[in-house]
Design a protein around this ligand. Structure first.
Ligand SMILES: Nc1ncnc2c1ncn2[C@@H]1O[C@H](COP(=O)(O)OP(=O)(O)OP(=O)(O)O)[C@@H](O)[C@H]1O
Length: 318
């Protein structure tokens, strides 16, 4: 079994009579990317603040990097790096000075601090800009500097609160690449995001937070299978073959103009096999067969819109 970098059980947090987190369980294996998704105000930042020891939970047991959050917050702090929505970058000093400041905070020697700063500035493509005030950096450069500063302490677990909010598409892709590379070095990343596409691109597992509870948890593929809307589309060029198929598959919705049939399906191997068996035994050969699963947007709206998920298959959730 893989060790867990983050393990939370029954995490609760209220402000006054407002319950922000109502019993959250999280399990994040080491060396993976975990995305916390949820609408504004769902409690994502609160969860990150608790896990990174910035605030304390009202209840629940949490281990981060193998250390108990309540009993040994110092050890947790030593194992983690946090890059928040409000960056730690000081605009008045240069990128290099920001890095050296972090090296000082981590008690690195002057020599080691310079070495680490130079190496990270190079890695994040900031060497050329290193001697310029950080206030002159673009949004993407600031974000890269922020992550570089987080890495000065060689954290094994990194919390990224909305790492690409406000970045243009190119900078966003650069950031995704950076996050992926962090994980190939064995680091664990927990990120919050409002972008479903980002969770889909990056995360091994996604938890959808709604109303203080985790509405669903799983890989992007597992989550997409939770909601209806998936289907298999069969396209024909021969009208006779199309007609045969319509009789063999009476439940399919038809598009007689494009000779296309659409059959509801969760896209699972079992359902596909049964459909292919039916086609084979009726001697039907489609010219094109495509499987369509709902995208994460569909999932997100279904899970956070208060409509619930019909017949949620439990085995796909955890
Ligand atoms: N210090 C606080 N005092 C009172 N209420 C708070 C406090 N911090 C957060 N909240 C409330 O808790 C809820 C969750 O906030 P949180 O910032 O965790 O949400 P979020 O999911 O990160 O949202 P966003 O995507 O908008 O950042 C919100 O309703 C917020 O108003």
């Amino acid at each position: 079994m893989t060790d867990l970098a983050i393990a939370a059980n029954g995490l609760r947090k209220s402000y006054g009579d407002k319950t922000v987190l109502d019993g959250i369980d999280l399990a994040v294996p080491e060396g993976t990317i975990f995305a916390l998704l949820g609408p504004n105000g769902a409690g994502k930042t609160t969860a990150v603040k608790i896990l990174s020891t910035l605030i304390t939970a009202d209840a629940g047991e949490t281990r981060v990097g193998g250390h108990d959050l309540a009993a040994d917050p110092q050890a947790v702090r030593a194992a983690i790096g946090v890059t928040g929505q409000f960056s730690a970058v000081d605009g008045l000093i240069t990128g290099e000075e920001n890095m050296l400041l972090m090296a000082d905070l981590h008690h690195l020697s002057k020599r080691e601090g310079r070495r680490v700063a130079a190496e990270l500035l190079e890695r994040f493509d900031l060497t050329e800009a290193a001697k310029k005030p950080a206030s002159t950096y673009s949004g993407g450069m600031k974000r890269r500097l922020d992550i570089a500063m987080t890495l000065v302490g060689s954290p094994r677990i990194i919390f990224l609160d909305e790492p690409t909010t406000g970045l243009d598409p190119r900078s966003r892709h650069t950031m995704w690449q950076i996050i992926r590379e962090l994980v190939t070095d064995g680091v664990t990343v927990l990120l919050t995001t409002q972008y479903l596409e980002e969770a889909d691109e990056l995360a091994d597992r996604i938890a959808v937070l709604n109303d203080g509870k985790i509405a669903a948890q799983g890989s992007a593929e597992e989550l997409k299978r939770l909601i209806p809307g998936g289907h298999v589309r069969l396209r024909f060029t021969d009208p006779a073959a199309y007609q045969n198929a319509t009789s063999a598959l009476p439940e399919a919705s038809r598009d007689d103009e494009s000779l296309t049939l659409q059959i509801p399906s969760d896209g699972s191997q079992r359902e596909l096999r049964s459909l292919l068996d039916r086609l084979d035994s009726a001697g039907i050969e489609a010219d094109e067969l495509t499987v369509h699963t709902p995208d994460l947007d569909d999932v997100f709206f279904a899970l956070t819109g208060g409509t619930g998920i019909p017949n949620q298959p439990k085995e796909a959730v955890r």
